[in-house]
Design a protein around this ligand. Structure first.
Ligand SMILES: Cc1ncc(COP(=O)(O)O)c(C=O)c1O
Length: 418
């Protein structure tokens, strides 16, 4: 049996059915390229959903992991290990923050921020517990983060969720102003909403969030799990917006492919946590911390922030130029975080056709394609990937026309169906 079929059979039998997987088994990656179990090569315009930002198996990251694996894998957070503290210092420096708590994922980083916010609310403002979140946000799938992810499809089967969550419409400055009041302990937002289709929040809305938090003594949380670690062309998005949050979370690209999350804070916000208030068995362990340190070094040494800006601009320009002959709309995003819409809504066909053509992309809905290429992407790889993507869109539109014609045919064959 071929590897893919074997894995699919195991999936059927032994794995919880939480993912809708594409029928591909990847076995190797290098830079912006992946290879599947049949030896077919792909341009990776997704980076494992914004994770492998320095490319697959970057030699500097691989070396750091190998060396650390041979030296020390784990001791717990009851003791000091050098990689965690070196990473803490370096990450706080590049992020412009003062303190950090390490965990294992984006959702965990946000859980940490929410706990700080709630305790801040109790300490500084009496029993003020409201957390304001934005429509369309995605902050994770644990109970706290799910509660501030106001999307029916994620929440409906798991209620009751955390109380005291207030939802404001995306970019509605007046509603935001009303929602943030004496009862508010924090506002949480993604500067660019990623999972809901790459929607940058308006400058005016972000500024208002800062202003309202200052006025009410609430904490502003930027969830930069996806926008952080150079993806938008600066280490963190707040640095190009000029709006500094009190709490800043990240994960995804931080570990160069290994699982690590971080909740960073100003001294004042971090102060509310006391010994025993929060913890994680694996958080900031030596292996992942070494990988993350090496990842930060690669981003610096290879000037990847600049590359993210230049290649992001190039990709957006090229995709926008397709508008002359393909139904591409509203090309958006910052740096190498790119979204665009297709009308008719054929994004899911595009993902499938893209794999056939040898390019990995993501559909956040059937209307929207999201591109999150590695920050190491070269112009040649961009051009190859774009050509494949363009062919995939053409084929997806063809599929759509055939489906439409078949549906019309079925309807005329069966008048009762009308
Ligand atoms: C903005 C944002 N926050 C949080 C998360 C959750 O991260 P994780 O899947 O690592 O828990 C994601 C994941 O897609 C995200 O995009």
């Amino acid at each position: 049996m071929a590897l893919l079929e074997e894995l699919q059979a195991i999936d059927e039998q032994n794995v919880m059915a939480t993912y809708l997987r594409q029928p591909v088994a990847f076995v190797r990656g290098q830079g912006a390229r992946l290879w599947d179990s049949d030896g077919k090569e792909y341009i990776d315009f997704l980076s494992g959903i914004a994770v492998t930002s320095v490319g697959h198996c970057h030699p500097h990251v691989v070396r750091a992991i190998q060396q650390q694996a041979e030296t020390l894998l784990h001791t717990s957070n009851l003791f000091y290990t050098e990689p965690q503290f070196r990473l803490a210092q370096k990450l706080c420096a590049v992020a412009g923050m003062e303190r950090v708590f390490f965990c294992n994922s984006g959702a965990e980083a946000n859980e940490c921020a929410l706990k700080i916010a709630r305790k801040w609310g109790k300490r500084k403002r009496g029993e003020k517990a409201d957390i304001v979140t934005v429509e369309g946000a995605f902050h994770g799938r644990l109970f706290g983060t799910l509660s501030v992810t106001p999307q029916k499809k994620y929440q409906e089967h798991f209620e009751p969720l955390l109380p005291n969550v207030v939802i404001v419409p995306r970019n509605d400055v007046q509603e935001l102003e009303k929602a943030v009041n004496q009862r508010t302990c924090a506002v949480i937002l993604e500067p660019i909403q990623g999972e809901s289709g790459v929607h940058p929040l308006h400058m005016e809305f972000l500024q208002k969030a800062r202003e309202c938090c200052d006025l009410q003594g609430a904490l502003l949380i930027f969830d930069e799990v996806q926008t952080g670690m150079g993806r938008t062309g600066t280490w963190f998005m707040w640095q190009q917006l000029g709006i500094k949050p009190d709490l800043l979370t990240t994960a995804k690209g931080l570990g160069g492919g290994l699982p690590i999350g971080a909740c960073m804070a100003s001294d004042e916000a971090a102060e509310v946590f006391e010994r025993g208030d929060h913890g994680s068995t694996f958080g900031g362990g030596p292996l992942v911390a070494s990988a993350a340190l090496a990842t930060l070094e690669v981003i610096e040494q290879e000037n990847l922030l600049q590359n993210a800006r230049v290649m992001g601009e190039y990709l957006r320009e090229q995709v926008s130029s397709w508008r002359n002959y393909l139904p591409v709309q509203d090309v958006r995003g910052v740096g190498l975080m790119i979204g665009f819409d297709l009308k008719p809504a054929v994004a899911r066909h595009v993902v499938r056709r893209g794999l056939e053509e040898g390019v990995v992309v993501n559909a956040t809905s059937n209307a929207t394609i999201r591109l999150l290429p590695p920050l190491v992407l070269t112009k040649q790889e961009a051009d190859e990937g774009l050509l494949r993507l363009q062919r995939a869109i053409e084929k997806a539109l063809y599929d759509y026309e055939i489906e439409k014609a078949l549906a019309a045919n079925n309807e005329s064959d069966n008048p009762d169906a009308r």
